[in-house]
Design a protein around this ligand. Structure first.
Ligand code: 7RM
Length: 644
């Protein structure tokens, strides 16, 4: 953090005000909500009243920087709020989960069904010795049992630690050890592009020699023959047969742990991000209702897996606390064909779609014919999360998926923030493609220079959050020092997001990417996002990742890795053409030194581009930590390509 601020290069002038017919029916359509939320404590307290509490809180917030406690003394249960409170009227027969399997099998669980399954599983967990406070590791595909398991843990006050089913045995082991879980819930396998992934074998390998793991509960999903070690291993369906239907929800303190979710840092051990119960639920239920403009009759589909925070907050806790109908899909977007998502939207008449820019860019690359082959007219709102969305991808999403009639909510937030922090409110905020627009009511962010001084409009710098919010992480599990130094060590008393951002003359925010990825060319600090956006703006380009490679004179030279759209031929003059395109869009200082064409980019399992590995490749170094990589072959083929 040497230099003061970042260059703000890319200019985006398109503006999309809310459409009249959307705004009149929107849950929120007056700016007043922002001014009302200026007294943020009062605002959050008011939102908290929308949940069911067993006992009221005595104090809204205790802020002992960097430690926050919300709704002190309040007693609440997350599973009760997601289930029981919907059973007293017709909602008991409303679809809670619509499950679509990769193979095309499907299943609907009403709120009453889900409540019954969760209660039974909670009793099973109890019978296996799980008590309030015990950590349960969940390693499942995206099937209803994953949601049932999370809510069953919440019901008895056992914090869950969900490990994404795509993670290896080694990654799972590390997380089981760190959380000291005595129980793991897994499956005989999960489907991934037609083949079964060996979840149980991975679990066996992960727990080898771990004496503390007493039981493995195994869901039957693929029917594949697996080894069961008695009495440690128990079939889920057999245990459920005998389970009692009644299991009252445990009154939890607002500050009791709801879950731990591991997130890999740049180096070393993953961090166990700790979220607690009351504030988290207030944050995710309020944001879910307002950002997605949730209506009773909506069919809401969030394409994230429960292994990520988006799955926790906007597939499970937010929507179910709001009594929504949630679609969950087990498989990938290209199996058995590239129109799978659009087929699902048509089949279930999905009205709200929440997905990631990486998926949108992939769809663009595949071509328009796939969405055009389906009737997507049930959609009324679109959302994105996970990375900056480049304006080109935004426009494509707007046009081909939303038929130019659905607002797009570009939601910025993190595992650590627990809830959406910057976003449009679709009935109020005018949209700018590529901008996550403005902070959610009650949230105060600031862009600062390296000394922590606020920067004025038009400038780029470090994105910080000025005051506590209810769904914020409470600590790093077992490592408070790491919590203090990672998030509050740079700017005392203020949360540092790790992201670079700029704000424009209208006060709109543009996230430029992780500050570790910012490139310093001849003293100009350039966000990777801007150069990538300029490249993706070119009709031949599907996706781009930019990095800074050490350079004797400039400090760093810009290198771009580029994937082309399907059907685009590699021409000799394309490199020069792309360089000229960047110069035209943002200026000569952003002209890439090198452009490398590749079939794929290295990504995390949740779809974020890992630029750090590209830097290693470009500088001919040994590769750093590759454990988070979704597909290791991508990096080795890139290495070969670069060395040629
Ligand atoms: C929800 C999630 C967090 C990081 C964050 C950013 C990036 C997420 C956006 C975004 C620009 C967005 N949690 N990020 N959303 N950047 N615009 N709308 O993704 O912990 O996995 O990642 O993702 O860099 O710090 S996460």
């Amino acid at each position: 953090m040497k230099k003061e601020k970042f260059e703000a290069l890319l200019q985006e002038d398109r503006l999309f005000p809310p459409k009249e017919e959307f705004a009149v029916k929107a849950n929120l359509n007056s700016e007043q909500v922002y001014s009302e939320a200026e007294d943020s404590m009062n605002f959050w307290e008011k939102q908290a009243l929308n949940l069911d509490w067993f006992e009221p809180w005595q104090e809204v917030l205790k802020w002992n920087p960097p430690y926050a406690q919300w709704f002190l003394g309040g007693k609440i249960n997350a599973s009760y709020n997601c289930l029981d409170r919907h059973l007293s009227d017709w909602h008991r027969n409303k679809a809670a989960l619509i499950f679509e399997g990769e193979q095309g099998d499907s299943k609907v669980l009403t709120y009453q069904d889900l409540h019954r399954e969760v209660s039974k599983l909670a009793n099973v967990l109890k019978s296996l010795g799980v008590k309030k406070g015990d950590r349960v590791t969940i390693y499942l595909p995206l099937i209803p049992e994953a949601v049932i398991s999370m809510l069953a843990c919440a019901r008895i006050g056992a914090p869950h630690s969900v490990v994404f089913g795509g993670f290896s045995a080694e990654a799972l082991r590390e997380r089981i050890i760190d959380a000291q879980s005595k129980i793991v819930i897994t499956a005989d396998g999960g489907f991934r592009r037609g083949t079964a992934i060996p979840l149980k074998e991975n679990t066996d390998q992960a727990v080898r020699g771990l004496e503390d793991v007493e039981h493995i509960l195994v869901v039957r999903r693929t029917g594949k023959c697996i080894e069961m070690e008695e009495p440690r291993d128990i079939w889920y369906d057999e245990a459920m047969k005998e389970a009692d239907l009644k299991c009252p929800a445990e009154p939890m303190d607002a500050e009791d742990l709801l879950f731990i979710l591991y997130t890999s840092g740049t180096t070393g051990k993953p961090k166990g991000i700790v979220h607690t119960t009351g504030g988290y639920l207030v944050g995710v239920s309020t944001t879910h209702k307002w950002v997605f403009d949730l209506k009773e009759e909506d069919v809401y589909w969030c394409t994230a897996d429960v292994g990520w925070i988006t799955g926790h907050s906007y597939l499970v806790y937010g929507p179910l606390a709001n009594g929504a109908t949630v679609v969950i899909y087990e498989g990938t977007p290209d199996y058995p064909h590239k129109g799978r998502y659009w087929e699902i939207i048509e089949k279930y008449q999905v009205s709200i779609l929440y997905t990631a820019p990486t998926a949108i860019r992939t769809f663009m690359k595949w071509g328009n014919e796939y969405p055009l082959a389906h009737n997507l007219s049930s959609l009324r709102l679109l959302g994105t999360v996970g990375e900056p969305i480049n304006p080109e991808a935004w426009m494509w999403y707007y046009k081909y998926i939303g038929s130019e009639s659905c607002p797009i909510v570009d939601t910025w937030w993190q595992t650590e923030t627990g809830m959406i922090m910057m976003t449009p409110l679709p009935g109020i905020t005018s949209l700018k493609p590529g901008s996550c627009t403005v902070p959610f009511p009650g949230i105060k962010v600031e862009i600062v220079d390296s000394s922590g001084n606020p920067l004025s409009k038009g400038m780029g710098g470090y994105l910080t959050i000025r005051q506590p919010w209810p769904a914020m992480l409470r600590t790093v599990y077992g490592d408070p020092k790491r919590y203090e130094s990672t998030y509050f060590g740079n700017f005392p008393g203020v949360y540092f997001t790790g992201d670079g951002a700029k704000w424009d003359s209208d006060g709109y925010y543009w996230v430029l990417g992780r500050v570790d990825d910012v490139i310093n060319v001849s003293g100009h600090r350039i966000g990777t996002m801007e150069v990538e956006s300029a490249l993706v703006d070119h009709p031949a380009v599907a996706e781009a990742a930019c990095i800074g490679k050490n350079h004797d004179i400039k400090g760093q030279a810009l290198v771009a890795f580029v994937t082309l759209k399907e059907g685009v031929e590699l021409r000799d003059d394309l490199i020069e053409e792309l360089k000229a395109h960047v110069v035209e869009k943002i200026g000569a200082l952003a002209r890439p030194e090198d452009i490398i064409f590749t079939a794929e980019l290295p990504k995390t399992r949740s779809g974020k581009i890992i630029r750090r590995l590209l830097r290693d490749i470009a500088e001919g170094r040994a590769l750093g930590d590759t454990t988070t990589l979704a597909d290791a072959a991508v990096v080795s083929s890139l290495k070969e390509l670069y060395e040629d």
